[in-house]
Design a protein around this ligand. Sequence first.
Ligand SMILES: *[C@@H]1O[C@H](CO)[C@@H](O)[C@H](O)[C@H]1NC(C)=O
Ligand SMILES: *[C@@H]1O[C@H](CO)[C@@H](O)[C@H](O)[C@H]1NC(C)=O
Ligand SMILES: *[C@@H]1O[C@H](CO)[C@@H](O)[C@H](O)[C@H]1NC(C)=O
Ligand SMILES: *[C@@H]1O[C@H](CO)[C@@H](O)[C@H](O)[C@H]1NC(C)=O
Ligand SMILES: *[C@@H]1O[C@H](CO)[C@@H](O)[C@H](O)[C@H]1NC(C)=O
Ligand SMILES: *[C@@H]1O[C@H](CO)[C@@H](O)[C@H](O)[C@H]1NC(C)=O
Ligand SMILES: *[C@@H]1O[C@H](CO)[C@@H](O)[C@H](O)[C@H]1NC(C)=O
Ligand SMILES: *[C@@H]1O[C@H](CO)[C@@H](O)[C@H](O)[C@H]1NC(C)=O
Ligand SMILES: *[C@@H]1O[C@H](CO)[C@@H](O)[C@H](O)[C@H]1NC(C)=O
Length: 359
Amino acid sequence: MAFLRQVFSLLISVLVIVFSSEYVACQGANSSSSTIEVLLEVKQSFEDPRNVLKDWSKNNPNSCFWRGVSCARNPANGSFQVVSLNLSDSSLGGTISPSLGLLHDLLQLDLSSNQLSGPIPTTLSNLSSLESLLLFSNQLSGPIPPEIGTLINLQILKIGDNIGLTGPIPDSFGNLQNLVILGLASCSLSGHIPAELGKLTQLQYLILQDNQLDGLIPAELGNCSSLVLFTAAVNSLNGSIPTELGSLQNLQTLNLANNTLSGEIPSFGEMNQLVYLNLLGNKLEGGIPKSLTNLQNLETLDLSANKLTGGIPTEFGSMGLINYLVLSSNNLSGVIPKEICSNTTNLEHLMLAENKLFG
Ligand SMILES: *[C@@H]1O[C@H](CO)[C@@H](O)[C@H](O)[C@H]1NC(C)=O
Ligand SMILES: *[C@@H]1O[C@H](CO)[C@@H](O)[C@H](O)[C@H]1NC(C)=O
Ligand SMILES: *[C@@H]1O[C@H](CO)[C@@H](O)[C@H](O)[C@H]1NC(C)=O
Ligand SMILES: *[C@@H]1O[C@H](CO)[C@@H](O)[C@H](O)[C@H]1NC(C)=O
Ligand SMILES: *[C@@H]1O[C@H](CO)[C@@H](O)[C@H](O)[C@H]1NC(C)=O
Ligand SMILES: *[C@@H]1O[C@H](CO)[C@@H](O)[C@H](O)[C@H]1NC(C)=O
Ligand SMILES: *[C@@H]1O[C@H](CO)[C@@H](O)[C@H](O)[C@H]1NC(C)=O
Ligand SMILES: *[C@@H]1O[C@H](CO)[C@@H](O)[C@H](O)[C@H]1NC(C)=O
Ligand SMILES: *[C@@H]1O[C@H](CO)[C@@H](O)[C@H](O)[C@H]1NC(C)=O
């Protein structure tokens, strides 16, 4: 009996410890009662067919352990704050609640790959600490709120693959000085590429393909010195390719295919890192610049379906890494240089059809 009593009292003290630490956590999470209210409002605007948010409930008050929620303790006052909300790929429908703007300590918000519809709430611009905002692959619609451009701590902004997103890329995005990734592909965005994006000196990935953007490619993009990848394929961009892009020394991928760009191909001679250059399906004219043959890291070059004239520079034969060279459907003429075949050991795909070439 004495033994059992000992076990029993041990059990009680364990329970007391468990409960009191639980209690301290609740005390500490003072702001948490309002945070719970906010999260439940957020839940209410979602449709949740798989019931992935079943643990989001008043009966389960430790919201820091709810699915997708991560908290951190504020060192100043010991309270817990929600720093990350990740409900990506959770089959969620419904809309994004404007109440999310009240979770002011959020650093990461990831609602990507769901079926969310309706607008991007303007109140997200109150999340002033936000470092990543991922809303891609949903069915969001309407314009991108220009107020998002006040979130100066953003490093990653990916809202592409929302076919209903319309209107322009906000000029205010030029204020996002810490931005590293800007993903806006496969929406229905229109208007010009803002020259203000040229202020984004940290930007490495600028992904704009498959929209309805028109007008000129701003020369200012040549100031985005960190750019590694720039793709604006499948838009209605016109005018000539700014020579300023040639100064992007870190650029590895440039894809401007399927626009209505005209004029001559500029000298890309300083783009020493360039691996992939795709200009197919434009209205580019003039000759193939010899300077392209200085791009010693180039593996893919597609200039097909343009209005290029003149011959193929023999120097293509000395481009060691090129393995995909497509120049078909132009008005090229002259002799196919022997060097292309003999010296370009990596060449696997060479397409020259629909020109006036001999050799
Ligand atoms: C909790 O809030 C009350 C007032 O609402 C305040 O007096 C108390 O200091 C707070 N506790 C903590 C741990 O922040
Ligand atoms: C703790 O400090 C943070 C940041 O200053 C503040 O947002 C939060 O409301 C504070 N929490 C409490 C319970 O005072
Ligand atoms: C959110 O969770 C998914 C799946 O667990 C993960 O792949 C993704 O990187 C997370 N997002 C962020 C911003 O950490
Ligand atoms: C966002 O902040 C503005 C002012 O900074 C305020 O008027 C508005 O009520 C806030 N909205 C939310 C949802 O926090
Ligand atoms: C950015 O580029 C434009 C046009 O190429 C140029 O006039 C401007 O001086 C540049 N700005 C900075 C800050 O480098
Ligand atoms: C580009 O297209 C716009 C209409 O969208 C037109 O006004 C402008 O003249 C065009 N510019 C060039 C250089 O073709
Ligand atoms: C350009 O358009 C052609 C024909 O519509 C299509 O086959 C090709 O995949 C497109 N290329 C790119 C890079 O978008
Ligand atoms: C090639 O040039 C001829 C005239 O020399 C012209 O008729 C034809 O349209 C041009 N083809 C292309 C694809 O530009
Ligand atoms: C191609 O290789 C031969 C030797 O194999 C060399 O003499 C010639 O200069 C090379 N041509 C080019 C364009 O690099």
